[in-house]
Design a protein around this ligand. Structure first.
Ligand code: SF4
Length: 427
């Protein structure tokens, strides 16, 4: 399969030494994923078993919905629950009974663990099994943890999808499973490209409704659209499915390489591949060239936050003319991130995990033109004169595949352009 991007660097970052840090971290918790998952899975309800803090986080992150009944909520553990004075399981059963009686549209219920439920060791797995028996076949009850203890905000989606894999039916069909929650419009573009390449049947995890769900088995091949799905990857491999390793579909190069890996697996001819991808590639390149001009020659520093850091560093260095100084990621899995590391030119410090004070010192020393970090670090760094981009925006904005490639470059270009304008005005 030929595709015409810049040749891979002579020396990429796959074998570069990794600075491993295990100190204080500045990240959001996995409950955040509910914000995009509840929009994606249209017959699901996410019931967080947590504290008032968890409820506030969800309310403020999701915005207050006035007209629509939200498909998430919090069963609040009171102090007497935390002290072990109440039977939390009996209370949870009562809450679920009331919820399902009031909301007959719910077909899938996710019990989402939190820091408080983990601290009191509330066994949500047992609760999900008990409630599944009670409400099957109308409602399926699963559980996963969104706790902020030792996790990052994108791990909520990973935990949710990984929880779904064991209950998918068995199949021997040779099917492509595309894994990762994308906005519907982006997912439809991707399905259109795969259909034009003649690849099928294609299934998507998570499906929009439980009735659209797919089977999985030894003949399933799967591709990930998000680089933070390590547990889901492992769960699918345990079910016998095979992963199509590829760079992630960000920018022209990532999208083309991702499609090319799938096309090679399904025996698509070079001629068909070129015909289908030529026009959208041209549009993507033009959009990137226009949007990325302020980025050319600038430097970027990534704090570990979303797990999108490695593929985005590849995009910014190879398609937008930036130099990466440090690329930090909460976790690095060779089977997921290896293809992007191969393409990322050697040079930046690759770091895994975080010791936030040490990393802040490195960032201040490096004085990058752009720092990609979490919300908690962005304001202090801006106050010190550094331009920042909030990593969380990258998950809330459609950025995958060809048609979004220009928008992806724009997200990074905006703070750099603002700094340039302010700099000129101050001179
Ligand atoms: S899960 Fe933990 S980190 Fe997240 S809002 Fe609840 S208490 Fe806070």
């Amino acid at each position: 399969m030929t595709h015409h991007n810049a040749p891979p660097p002579t020396l990429g970052c796959r074998s570069a030494p990794v600075l491993k840090e295990r100190g204080q971290r500045e990240v959001f918790c996995g409950l955040t994923g509910i914000i995009w998952l509840h929009r994606k899975i249209q017959d699901a309800f996410f019931l967080v078993v947590g504290s008032r803090t968890c409820a506030h986080l969800l309310q403020s992150a999701a915005g207050v919905m006035i007209f629509a009944e939200p498909r998430f909520g919090t069963a609040i553990l009171e102090e007497s629950d935390l002290a072990g004075l109440n039977d939390a399981h009996a209370e949870l059963d009562r809450t679920v009974e009331q919820l399902l009686a009031r909301r007959p549209d719910i077909r899938q219920l996710f019990l989402v663990g939190s820091c408080p439920s983990e601290v009191i060791k509330l066994d949500l797995n047992r609760a999900a099994e008990r409630l599944t028996v009670q409400y099957a076949p109308k409602v399926r009850v699963l559980e996963y943890s969104g706790s902020g203890i030792e996790t990052t905000f994108t791990q909520g989606e990973d935990a949710c999808l990984a929880a779904m894999v064991p209950v998918l039916p068995q199949t021997d069909a040779r099917e492509l499973l595309v894994v990762g929650a994308l906005p519907d419009v982006v997912e439809d573009q991707m399905l259109g490209l795969l259909a034009d390449l003649g690849i099928g049947p294609v299934r998507v995890l998570p499906a929009r409704n439980i009735d659209d769900e797919m089977g999985v088995g030894d003949n399933t091949v799967f591709a990930l659209t998000q680089p933070f799905l390590g547990d889901t990857h492992a769960a699918l491999v345990r079910r016998g499915a095979s992963h199509i390793a590829a760079p992630f579909p960000f920018g022209d190069e990532g999208t083309t390489a991702w499609l090319a890996a799938i096309a090679a697996e399904f025996g698509v001819s070079d001629e068909v591949f070129q015909r289908v991808t030529e026009a959208p590639r041209r549009r993507a390149r033009q959009a990137i060239a226009q949007a990325a001009a302020p980025l050319n020659g600038k430097s970027v520093f990534f704090f570990p936050d979303s797990q999108l850091e490695i593929p985005l560093a590849r995009f910014l260095t190879r398609e937008c003319g930036m130099t990466a100084l440090e690329v930090g990621s909460p976790y690095i899995h060779d089977s997921l991130h290896g293809p992007d590391l191969d393409l990322l030119p050697a040079g930046p410090q690759i770091s895994e995990g975080q010791d936030v004070d040490l990393q802040l010192d490195r960032c201040r020393d490096a004085r990058p033109d752009l720092t990609v970090c979490g919300l908690g670090l962005a304001n202090p760094l801006e106050a010190e004169g550094l331009s920042t981009k909030w990593a969380i925006e990258l998950v809330f904005t459609p950025v995958h595949f060809y048609e979004q490639a220009g928008d992806l470059a724009s997200l990074f270009a905006r703070p750099v352009r603002r700094k340039d304008i302010l700099g000129v005005a101050a001179e």
